[in-house]
Design a protein around this ligand. Sequence first.
Ligand code: C5P
Length: 409
Amino acid sequence: MLATKRILLVIGGGIAAYKSLDLIRRLKERGAAVRVVMTSAAQHFVTPLAAGALSHDRVFTELFDREAEQDIGHIRLSREADLLIVAPATADLMAKMAHGLADDLASAVLLASTRPILLAPAMNPAMWANAATRRNAAQLAADGVRFVGPNAGAMAERGEDGAGRMAEPLEIVAAVEALLAAGGPLTGRHVLVTSGPTHEPIDPVRYIANRSSGKQGHALAAAAARAGARVTLVSGPVNLPAPSGVTVRPVESARDMLAAVEAALPADVAIFAAAVADWRAASEAPEKMKKDGGALPPLALTENPDILATIAHRTEGRPRLVIGFAAETQNVVGYAQAKRVRKGCDWIVANDVSAQSGIPGGVMGGDANEVHLITPEGSEAWPRASKTEVAERLIARIAAALGEKESES
Ligand code: C5P
């Protein structure tokens, strides 16, 4: 059953669009609320009138529609859905999605979405087999987009057959039910996590780094995935396996990390657990620096961008919950409270990394952690626990906070 589920159906321009009309009916029969966006190409195959009659709602077709932008807008269209379906997903729509293009309502809605997206591709078998479409499909899968079909069989073009037929409406419904049922408290959310140290190059063989192992950040990404979220893990160099079900974006320097974080937005939640180097070499030597017995080479430093503060201070596209970590050696809660305000984030997870904290192996690189959670309401001391337990507790708090924010708005 799909009662109470809100589904946004994007109809692309292909002959299979007639099956999408039946898909609307099947989804409605199961209790879902269905809203339809059609590309201009889709309207050559089926009419907004037909789609609207079946969905019992107006159909959205224009990106710059004065009336629609005032009362609804593409951002709200994508946010007010539990799941997005693209059926038929044409080669062109897939290419636009894979590259983040947003020059019409359908592609803008898809780009703005943080919800699960299910594609039902439909195209000529040669287009489906084309290297460009293969690349785009692989990229979309890596980005967390799900697929149903295409199936093999006779095509509209006479005499052609092969993989390219859109999945049948009931197959698409089954895929929707499976996707929405595989739910945890963060199903449908996009969680972005940074983890590990950064490496700041001095010359082609040397770099500045720190002792971060990435264990806490990776544990957070794994816990968010177990809670049903789509997870992007932007990680500096670590010796850890990629957590299952998580999209990993490996980076080296702080500047790479900032670029990867910005590319991964929008997200519902961003957790900055990486130990980003505060400084980098002011200039990177193009060749390996030589030890020639003469004067020691000077090492001038310059400041790195503050990734957490940059994202937390965004006015547009700021994740609803931005969480930083703070390693302190004294006055842990006091410094962390000040840091929360200065960095503009919602919460800070603070830990005492001084030798006195008494954690075997130390916090950096060890398996245990003892943290304080600092929020606008105050601070809580959490008992010492494994990094996995700390991650699970934080993820549960995040799920609860998002639920509260939603019921307020
Ligand atoms: O200022 P400090 O380094 O103590 O702040 C720690 C928090 O800020 C962590 O969440 C860390 O991931 C983040 N940070 C960052 N970019 C930096 C420095 C810190 O995102 N350049």
